[in-house]
Design a protein around this ligand. Structure first.
Ligand code: ZN
Length: 143
């Protein structure tokens, strides 16, 4: 049963990750969080996992209509508008640690006007269903 469930998850899920634009060599990408200038940090250039998941999706974009996105953090305002534009209707996140910031408020406003439902993944289930996607370990369910 678990094997079947995992196969279905793998079949239907599409993953994204924080990364540099494809043509930018990872070894030359500025992964720094702090530098003498913001231009030398990762922040102006990194593409967040939510946006990468949409941009790198190779199927029909109509498949994303009404879909649910699972994220580690509540999406930023930039990803929020892309998710809404892609037709995503539900966001389930593990943490909203930036709640109350301007960026977070803008994301929430975007989701509200675009009828995107947001909910925190239940804390009591977080440990039980945490999925590990380490490259050498495959997919492991902990708990
Ligand atoms: Zn983002």
């Amino acid at each position: 049963m678990v094997q079947y469930l995992l196969e279905r998850i793998i079949e239907f899920f599409h993953f994204g990750y924080n990364g540099a634009p494809n043509a930018w060599d990872d070894d030359e990408f500025p992964w720094l969080r702090e530098a003498d200038s913001m231009v030398h940090t990762k922040y102006p250039y990194v593409i967040h996992a939510e946006t990468n998941a949409i941009l790198n999706y190779k199927g029909d974009n109509k498949d994303l209509e009404g879909a649910t996105v699972y994220t580690t953090l509540y999406p930023c305002q930039n990803c929020a508008k892309f998710l809404a534009q892609a037709g995503i209707k539900r966001v389930v996140y593990l943490s909203n640690k930036y709640e109350g910031t301007v960026d977070n408020d803008a994301a929430a406003t975007c989701f509200n006007y675009c009828n995107v439902q947001c909910e925190e993944f239940p804390k009591e289930l977080q440990k039980k269903f945490m999925v590990s996607l380490l490259p050498d370990e495959g997919i492991n369910l902990e708990g």
